[in-house]
Write a protein that binds this ligand. Structure first.
Ligand code: GRF
Length: 263
């Protein structure tokens, strides 16, 4: 007998690394994370929440049909404002942060999340702005096993452009058109840390994506997405390894190809 019980985690076992993933659409980047969890690409890691701001996001179906199914949540801004007269966009962002923090993630990944998170959301994730239900309940076994982080919870985002290029929405199309007009000669994708300024946080992984003059946007986009699916997993692993490293016997998570490539 190891002496552990359902309410007493075995200290010899590494605590599972928990991810929350925020989506708005198809969820192919989420799928890359689902496929990577508990493989050498993302060892000892589980996605504990998929949160969407769009009801019809196919990523929600990907989450519920994963094995085991991943808990999901849905909260959209406009219905929230309609159903809560007097509430603001900031209240909405705090409610999002509350849903995320309750899932006790070690890292939050924005994977095709089409809502600009405000400073208030980030303050909650940094642990600066406490929300009521973060108060620890003594004897709560889930809290004992998965205590709410007292430190900052990193938030990272995938953006289909190189740093400083095409911030904000429709970056793939804007980049493709700029290249075809000869205004830029390089395009790419990055995963970066999230700060309040849109798409301007510190890049974690940057990869150029080759593009040809005259090729269709569909062909370029397909190539770009396959790079996204690699780097979203690599960047997530890197940040998990910072906040919750694996014990040395499990590997310290540093891969030779897992570093910022300078464009
Ligand atoms: C990706 O291209 C991502 O870079 C962008 O939105 C797209 C989301 O795709 N921000 P999916 O929902 O992960 O399939």
């Amino acid at each position: 007998m190891s002496g552990s019980s359902p309410t007493t985690p075995d200290p010899a076992l590494p605590r599972r690394r928990r991810l929350a993933v925020l989506i708005s659409g198809s969820g192919t980047n989420l799928q890359a994370l689902i496929d990577a969890q508990n493989t050498p690409a993302l060892p000892n890691t589980s996605i504990v929440l998929v949160l969407s701001n769009r009801k019809a996001a196919h990523g929600l179906v990907r989450a519920t049909s994963a094995s085991p199914p991943i808990p999901t949540a849905y909260l959209a801004l406009q219905p929230y404002l309609r159903h809560n007269p007097g509430k603001t966009r900031e209240d909405y962002d705090l409610e999002l942060a509350r849903i995320v923090v309750r899932a006790k993630p070690d890292v939050v990944v924005l994977a095709g999340w089409m809502h600009i998170v405000s400073e208030s959301f980030l303050e909650v994730l940094r642990g600066h702005h406490k929300i009521e239900d973060e108060i620890r309940t003594p004897g709560d076994s889930d809290n004992d096993e998965n205590p709410i982080s007292t430190g900052p919870i990193p938030v990272i985002n995938i953006h289909p452009a190189l740093p400083g290029q095409f911030d904000g929405a429709n970056a793939i199309q804007r980049g493709y058109e700029a290249f075809q007009r000869g205004e830029v000669d390089r395009l790419g994708v990055m995963v970066h840390r999230v700060v309040a300024e849109v798409d301007r946080g510190e890049p974690l992984i940057v990869r150029e994506v080759p593009i040809e003059k005259g090729e269709s946007i569909e062909v370029y986009e397909e190539r770009l997405h396959s790079v996204e699916w690699e780097i979203i997993v690599q960047a997530t692993k890197r940040v998990l390894d910072e906040v919750k490293p694996m014990p040395p016997s499990e590997g310290n998570g540093i891969d030779s190809d897992d570093r910022v490539e300078k464009p």
